[in-house]
Write a protein that binds this ligand. Sequence first.
Ligand SMILES: NC(=O)c1ccc[n+]([C@@H]2O[C@H](COP(=O)([O-])OP(=O)(O)OC[C@H]3O[C@@H](n4cnc5c(N)ncnc54)[C@H](OP(=O)(O)O)[C@@H]3O)[C@@H](O)[C@H]2O)c1
Length: 253
Amino acid sequence: MAQRLDGTVALVTGASSGIGEATARALAGEGASVALVARRAGRLSALADELAGAGATALAIDADITDQAQAAAAVQRTVDGLGRLDVVVNNAGAMLNGPIVGAPLEEWDRMVAVNVNGLLYVSHAALPHLLRAAETEPRRCADLVNISSIAGRFANRGAGVYNATKFGVHAFSESLRQEVTQRHVRVAVVGPGVTATELFGHQRPETQARYAKMLAGVEPLDAGDIAEAITYIVTRHRRVAVNEVIVRPTEQA
Ligand SMILES: NC(=O)c1ccc[n+]([C@@H]2O[C@H](COP(=O)([O-])OP(=O)(O)OC[C@H]3O[C@@H](n4cnc5c(N)ncnc54)[C@H](OP(=O)(O)O)[C@@H]3O)[C@@H](O)[C@H]2O)c1
């Protein structure tokens, strides 16, 4: 049975668009106070205003999580501003695909920086707070949800470095799960299939054209579909740890 998040605090990275924005709305709808973390301050404050207008508590924190000090400061500002930290959704990410041979190294650096380093920095700063939250009311458990991809389970030609970063998210999550689960910090990985967000639009035109062809006839998921999966995970009774969920569009083979 679902347990609401009243009295808890959730931090969502990449809350300025797509899956993160939808997740922040969904968690606020369950009663959580939400910290919204990303680089585009204008988007974050618009979302914070919208959530406040709906009666929720939201804190906009503009930070580049690829910078270790900014990632740690974002976590600290959450705890200072909202009082505690019960749920972290490591969602911020980048996908810049294409052949490995001759790839612009800058694309690889950007993916590793946000998909791996950013997630690690936020997790490192958040874990002491999550462990503390897990010892206290209202839930006596805490949640770290890492957004991977089906690309974190299955490698594909043309996605090698994105695959490497997301496979890494699964490995880190499973190791951390074994370390903290008995202290009631639940670690989960969510692996979305194709979802209609801004993610694909940051790629080179030839890569975008390749995906458009590959995915012709596939109705993509909505960001809210993934937010629902995340909400399901973090609203379980403390005895229930949903560790991995893969969600694909029905038409994605
Ligand atoms: N869409 C899909 O089909 C799909 C499929 C599988 C997995 N995923 C995963 O889902 C997650 C969310 O992506 P999305 O699809 O919602 O794409 P999106 O709309 O492009 O969202 C990416 C978010 O990450 C934030 N971000 C990027 N770099 C950042 C940095 N250095 N510091 C802080 N925030 C940063 C962006 O905000 P700012 O630019 O404002 O910083 C943005 O809010 C990603 O991890 C992605 O790999 C998506």
